[in-house]
Ligand binder design. Structure first.
Ligand code: K1U
Ligand code: ZN
Length: 170
């Protein structure tokens, strides 16, 4: 049976709901799998390389990521935990679907180890570096209510808020 595509509306900074802390998922059931599917469709349509449930106003610890060029490598992270971060850091010019049109440099761990549950309910582990490491750290921040602009200066944050409020009012 074919299922209907559902694109979820993405919250835009400075919406207070982006700062809510997401709760752990108790059971990976069809309800959770539907959220995962809708989030993946929303991320690919945006287009983006990651999406946290917080960004679509669902405050549960669910993330989808695909850093491949051809949408061939979807990663589903339910209840993800970063178990190790390297001392070495990398700087990457980040973007965010919740902060449209704004890109700026953020310094994060260069390499990480991650544990998460997949859509089948199985716990798995992986190591990440480069863009995947950046994206995982960015998305897990979303689950804790943190948006990447909070790493920038207060002056930049207030300029970004003013710019996005004007765009939303237009
Ligand atoms: O969290 C999000 O809003 C998704 C965000 C992920 C991210 C990108 C870059 C650095 C850190 C985290 C995005 O996907 S922004 C859009 C983007 O980067 C992109 C879009 C299309 C093709 C390639 C990249
Ligand atoms: Zn983001």
């Amino acid at each position: 049976m074919r299922s209907i595509m559902a694109l979820l509306p993405i919250l835009h900074y400075p919406d207070a709901r982006l700062h809510k802390k997401a709760k752990p998922v108790a059971v990976v059931d069809d309800r959770v799998r539907r959220i995962v599917r809708d989030m993946a469709e929303t991320m690919y349509a945006a287009p983006g390389i990651g999406l946290a449930a917080t960004q679509v106003d669902i405050h549960e610890r669910i993330v989808v990521i695909d850093v491949s060029e051809d949408h061939s490598d979807l990663l589903v992270l339910i209840n993800p935990v970063i178990t190790w971060k390297s001392e070495e850091t990398q700087v990457y010019e980040e973007g965010c679907l919740s902060v449209p049109g704004i890109y700026d440099e953020v310094k994060r761990a260069a390499r990480i180890k991650v544990e998460a549950t997949n859509e089948k309910g199985e716990r798995y582990e992986f190591e990440a570096d480069g863009l995947l490491a950046v994206c995982v750290q960015h998305e897990l921040d979303h689950l804790d209510g943190k948006v990447f602009v909070e790493y920038l200066s207060q002056l930049k944050q207030s300029r970004i808020k003013t710019k996005l409020r004007k765009l939303q009012a237009a």
